[in-house]
Write a protein that binds this ligand. Structure first.
Ligand SMILES: O=c1nc[nH]c2c1ncn2[C@H]1C[C@H](O)[C@@H](COP(=O)(O)OP(=O)(O)OP(=O)(O)O)O1
Ligand SMILES: [Mg+2]
Length: 202
């Protein structure tokens, strides 16, 4: 079976990618599936910079084509925070629960109509024989006043989708794939996928 390596340590993202690649019959591997402990420090100030940094660093270490994902939540009432700092919003130790509590606390006095937000995702592809490229996608929603649903990861339980009348954490993996920022970015990358898999000589 064909495989892609996603340069991520996030098991929630890995599940999203499994659902996204399933229709193509492509097997998803992540850094959790390979030997060693690769963790790239995210020193960039944009999703693009961090996605490229992760993709190129891991591609260089492994000598193969990889896809990296840098993503996050932009909340308008917080001037775009947590943005690129989404994973470490409540502190250096990554903690989805603490991050959600921090956001809900900051928005406690913000009325529903002013709680607009979006998820953003930038995918970067890098590796031997190809020029690094990026693909981006976004998904609009509203920050809900409490958690709802148990699917997905990260901020999904508080990301309310008015059209679905549910939070992202109440969608099935297939439903999330169809509307998510990650799905939108991957659909731009999709047409180049055969080229990336052929270009990889390893
Ligand atoms: O679909 C999503 N549903 C909910 N939350 C999400 C989503 N997509 C990104 N997010 C949040 C989670 C994390 O707080 C941050 C990503 O941070 P980001 O640095 O890209 O990922 P990460 O450090 O967890 O894993 P890695 O860098 O190894 O890929 O945005
Ligand atoms: Mg990260």
């Amino acid at each position: 079976m064909k495989e892609v390596l996603i340069a991520t340590n996030n098991k929630g993202k890995a599940k999203d990618f499994e659902a996204l690649f399933k229709p193509f019959g492509v097997q998803v591997l992540t850094l959790n599936d390979i030997e060693g402990n690769i963790d790239v420090e995210e020193t960039g100030t944009t999703f693009e910079e961090n996605a490229i940094l992760k993709a190129e660093t891991v591609a260089n270490l492994l000598g193969k084509i990889v896809i990296a994902d840098d993503s996050g939540l932009e909340i308008d009432a917080l001037d775009g925070a947590p943005g690129v700092y989404s994973a470490r919003y409540a502190g250096l130790e990554k903690n989805d629960d603490a991050n959600i509590d921090k956001v809900l606390g900051e928005l406690a006095k913000t009325p529903e109509e002013a709680r607009t937000a979006r998820f953003r995702c930038v995918l970067a592809v890098a590796g031997p024989g190809i020029a690094t490229e990026t693909f981006s996608g976004s998904c609009e929603g509203i920050i809900h006043s409490q958690r709802q649903g148990t699917n997905g990861f990260g901020y999904d339980p508080i990301f309310y989708l008015p059209e679905q009348k549910r939070t992202m954490a109440e969608l099935s993996p297939e439903e999330k794939s169809a509307i998510s920022h990650r799905g939108a970015a991957l659909s731009k990358l999709k047409s180049k996928l055969p080229q990336y898999m052929e270009g990889d000589q390893k």
